[in-house]
Design a protein around this ligand. Structure first.
Ligand code: ZN
Length: 168
């Protein structure tokens, strides 16, 4: 289970709304499933080269190549690695732990896409070298604009399992 203070949940929704129709992304820190720190991270997908896009699953890749950088950012995300490093250092300095990564879906439900699962599995491949705990993956869906949906998942061995969220 993951507990998110209402102020942080509202800040994540505000971030998603500000960036829409682009996807926003960020990091949550805390202790033992209690979130207490929120970091907005820049979505750099719009600046990736064609080679870097090869990581994306085939059906989505063919779509991505036909899109402008701005359009690409509407349907996927990648966190700026420097900002990510800075947020993770701040989490350590506060004696907190990484709890979750989040991103928004502006036009689809709060469920991981195949690309989301691919990105999460890539991160799993080098996470231990970074000495980080396994993060949950949160998706904020703006599909119902009046009432955004926030859901968390554990992504393990290519499978996403929902983890309940409590707002405190
Ligand atoms: Zn996604």
């Amino acid at each position: 289970m993951l507990t998110i203070p209402a102020t942080i949940a509202e800040a994540m929704i505000a971030h998603a709304r500000e960036l829409a129709p682009h996807e926003c992304c960020g990091i949550l820190g805390g202790t033992h499933g209690d979130v207490s720190a929120h970091y907005r991270i820049t979505n750099i997908l719009a600046t990736l080269s064609e080679d870097e896009l090869e990581r994306f699953d085939a059906p989505k890749l063919s779509d991505l190549k036909q899109l402008s950088p701005e359009e690409r950012a509407d349907i996927a995300f990648q966190m700026d690695s420097q900002e990510m490093g800075k947020a993770l250092r701040d989490i350590r300095e506060k004696e907190l732990m990484l709890q979750a990564f989040y991103h928004s879906h502006t036009m689809s439900p709060a469920r991981p896409s195949q690309t989301d699962i691919t990105i999460a599995m890539e991160f799993e491949g080098y996470r231990e070298k970074l000495n980080l705990p396994e993060p949950l993956h949160i998706i904020i869906s703006l599909l119902d604009a009046a009432s955004p949906d926030i859901r968390a998942y554990r992504i393990h061995n290519g499978e996403a399992t929902e983890v309940p969220i409590t707002r405190s």
